[in-house]
Unconditional design. Structure first.
Ligand SMILES: C[S@@+](CC[C@H](N)C(=O)[O-])C[C@H]1O[C@@H](n2cnc3c(N)ncnc32)[C@H](O)[C@@H]1O
Length: 151
């Protein structure tokens, strides 16, 4: 499994208990170094990198997950580039999962010192299809929404 935007690694431990092997990609050098040290010697490994230009060959992963990462990309174009990159590194039949928060004043205030480019759940499915996914579904719930798409 490929985890995109692992941050301090809140989900990494849970993912590595469920997946055979986890590669966690994180843009921030400090987060990546600390998480890499923490999971050293386990079935997880950490790479510093950018979700919009993935440092992996095509067809490498059977699944990918991005938890609260997509809205940190600075534009819709960069999000679309990340979708295309994720599709590229997934094997045919691979699954992409993401969890995102909607546009809301509370989230805008919460990101006043960071990036908040909300993914519009109404257009996400079409954007994923253009990026190379099929069967994209968006599940809305009270606090956010879940994206699921097949390569
Ligand atoms: C809100 S945190 C989420 C962390 C983790 N997924 C979680 O749920 O606890 C978003 C993370 O995405 C990372 N990020 C931002 N832009 C990125 C990019 N272009 N490529 C990879 N990671 C990125 C940030 O550095 C940050 O650690």
């Amino acid at each position: 499994m490929l985890e995109l935007g692992a941050g301090p690694g809140a989900a990494t431990e849970a993912l590595r208990l469920r997946a055979g092997r986890v590669t966690s990609l994180e843009y921030d050098h400090g987060f990546a170094a600390r998480l890499g040290a923490r999971v050293s010697g386990t079935n997880a490994s950490v790479i510093q990198g950018d979700a919009t230009t993935l440092p992996f060959s095509g067809n490498t992963f059977s699944s990918a997950i991005a938890i609260l990462m997509l809205h940190h990309l600075r534009s819709n174009e960069l999000q679309d580039r990340a979708f295309a990159e994720i599709a590229r590194v997934l094997r045919p039949g691979g699954v992409f999962l993401a969890f995102e928060i909607p546009d809301a004043w509370l989230h805008r205030v919460g990101h006043i010192r960071s990036t908040f480019v909300p993914v519009d759940p109404a257009t996400a499915s079409a954007r994923l299809t253009v990026a190379g996914f099929s069967h994209a579904t968006i599940d809305l719930s009270r606090g956010g929404f879940r994206i699921r798409a097949l390569r």
